[in-house]
Design a protein. Structure first.
Length: 310
């Protein structure tokens, strides 16, 4: 049910996001954690999972606060639906999306979801009305999923995977998947290979891969940047964005052939270029772009350099 008392604040920001631009956040569970996952790596405290929200803010209160924020902060680029938990559990999501689309002006609407409800018809339809949909997919197997994401019994991994694949075929916005790697759980070669096969079927606009960078709810460990780089290189022909705090910088020199070989393996982000290409390599890269051997494409604020497609 919608709570009668308006929470002090249903929105936060705007904040600068390296992946999405200047973002105004909407918290659809501002007072308590309400989630159907209890992920080992979650930055929120461990809690019992739920299948539906027990406390929900009113759509009208959210819209009032968003309208006010848009008037005050003209630089906002995206309006982000999130929650202390899972935003698609918000029972009035379809109505909220409709109202936000009426007032968002030239801003994009983004949702950060764990993907757990994608196969439900009402959620499937609602998400198609959002400009950018970012879903989590940490595991390809039930064993890994049960151990890492610790989902409510109402959640089934195979339905999530099938739902995302189906969604990707009809969705016209930017579909982004996020994989968070935890040492020793979803980092085994077999699990990574199976996940790659699923990603190839989904064909998302972008895959963000990362690891733990904030104190987790449980005693689990992050992986290093080198391991993330190794995983990214396995995800060939996919736009992979490595998200890693304090990313190491190791400038190297590449010739024409080496740059083309790198980009045939996988598209590189601007961060990849900035952290690995020396000045001479950047100049060669510019020439390859000028000669239309390499193209630059954007995926929701992240630039990718890839082999030019005719």
């Amino acid at each position: 049910m919608q709570t009668n008392q308006t929470p002090i604040n249903l929105i936060f920001g705007p904040v600068a996001s390296r992946r999405f631009g200047i973002s105004l956040g909407i918290d659809l569970s501002p007072n308590i954690k309400q989630c159907n996952f209890d992920c080992l790596y979650c930055e929120l405290a461990a809690s019992k999972t739920i299948s539906k929200q027990n406390s929900s803010p009113k759509v009208s209160d959210i819209i009032d606060q968003v309208k006010d924020a848009i008037q005050k902060h003209q630089q906002i680029e995206v309006i982000t639906l999130t929650a202390n938990g899972e935003p698609t559990l918000y029972p009035y999501l379809d109505q909220l999306i409709d109202e936000l689309n009426k007032i968002k002006q030239n801003k994009k609407l983004l949702i950060l979801s764990n993907g757990s409800t994608i196969y439900k018809n009402n959620i499937f339809r609602s998400l198609q009305q959002i400009d950018i949909v970012k879903l989590s997919l940490d595991c390809a197997t039930q064993k890994c999923f049960k151990k890492l994401d610790r989902a409510n019994n109402s959640v089934e991994l195979h339905k999530i995977i099938d739902g995302i694949i189906t969604f990707s075929k009809v969705y016209n916005g930017d579909l982004i998947l996020e994989v968070l790697f935890v040492d020793g759980i979803n980092t085994k070669d077999d699990e990574i290979d199976k996940l790659y096969q699923i990603l190839k079927q989904i064909k998302p606009n972008r895959v963000d891969i990362g690891t733990i960078d904030r104190p987790p709810a449980y005693d689990v460990k992050p992986i290093g940047f080198d391991k993330l780089q190794e995983i990214a290189n396995k995800f060939t022909d996919i736009n992979v964005n490595i998200t890693f705090k304090n990313r190491p910088k190791s400038l190297q020199s590449f010739n024409h052939q080496e740059i083309i070989k790198l980009l045939k393996m996988r598209p590189l982000t601007q961060d990849d270029i900035d952290n690995t290409f020396d000045t001479s390599s950047v100049e060669i890269l510019k020439k390859l772009i000028q000669d239309k051997i390499i193209s630059v494409v954007e995926s929701s604020g992240v630039l990718f350099y890839k082999i030019f497609e005719i």
